[in-house]
Design a protein around this ligand. Structure first.
Ligand SMILES: [Zn+2]
Length: 275
């Protein structure tokens, strides 16, 4: 009944006051505003939702949000706070700003182009850094992601410098960060070049794609008992046989992402999406 009412408002030209509604991969309709209440990340990173999400400001010291029209700059308050700190530290280290791509929809859930990003604890940050001034609108709205991996095999030295290493290291050393997904070629580069204390490397995990951005994932927050944590990482820096597998296995070299049937979301999410 309420949905019909909202639809009628939109048709009547009251779009400014009526939330835009979007369809999740499960066919559930999700409002363009967060669900009210205390923050809770609910379910699994790749099958869940979030209550009480907050928005990352579209720009701030050391960060700029990309494609704001997609309305995917929402997350658990711990993630938003972490991104703000990350931006400030990246600016202090490089004098530049980072580009934040998708975080999550206001109530989480499946978002096109991603398997995860569903519970407000995942964020994509491009490797390309920009001057900490006005952001070119064309880059903000349509700018292509630049891969730092040439031919899928080697680091592209024209797009890789100490700045990208600083971005990864600063993010990995933030205590709430659980892991960071990057292309195996990037992980190999870090393994071969990182100096000094190498413990941060353990959090940098090889995964398919991720050659133009890093995917930062937070641990389940203490306020979210229904958030399912990831398995713990191995105790070493991940530069040994676990990394070598990516360069020898057929599945990696011939990987084709196949869309899987979306799993049934947790009951709490269905209730939250239908509010
Ligand atoms: Zn991602």
């Amino acid at each position: 009944m309420r949905k019909l009412h909202l639809a009628a408002l939109a048709l009547a030209g009251c779009a400014a006051s009526a939330p835009v509604l979007a369809q999740t991969g499960n066919g559930w309709t999700v409002a363009a505003t967060p669900a009210a209440g205390a923050a809770r990340a609910i379910g699994w990173y790749a099958n869940g939702c979030i209550r009480g999400a907050t928005a990352l400001a579209l720009e701030g010291p050391g960060w700029r949000v990309l494609r704001p029209q997609r309305n995917r700059y929402w997350g658990h308050p711990e993630l938003i706070a972490t991104l703000r700190v990350l931006g400030q530290r990246v600016r202090a280290a490089t004098g530049k700003a980072m580009l934040v791509a998708d975080i999550a929809q206001p109530r989480g859930g499946p978002a096109s182009g991603h398997a995860s990003h569903q519970i407000g604890l995942d964020a994509d940050i491009r490797f390309q850094l920009v001057p900490d001034g006005p952001l070119d609108p064309a880059l903000r709205d349509e700018g292509t992601e630049l891969s730092v991996v040439a031919d899928g095999k080697e680091i592209d030295r024209a797009r890789w410098s100490a700045e990208q290493v600083a971005l990864l290291r600063i993010a990995a050393e933030l205590p709430r960060v659980d892991r960071i997904f990057v292309n195996p070629v990037i992980k190999r580069e870090l393994c071969q070049t990182a100096q000094g204390d190498r413990r941060w490397l353990a959090k940098v995990v090889p995964w398919y794609g991720h050659d133009g951005h890093m995917h930062v994932r937070l641990k389940c927050p203490a306020d979210s008992p229904d958030c399912r944590p990831q398995d713990p990482l191995s105790a070493d820096d991940g530069c040994g046989t676990a990394l070598a597998w990516w360069f020898t296995s057929e599945p990696f070299r011939n990987h084709v992402a196949r869309p899987a049937k979306p799993p049934e979301p947790p009951a709490q999410c269905r209730a939250l999406w239908s509010q």
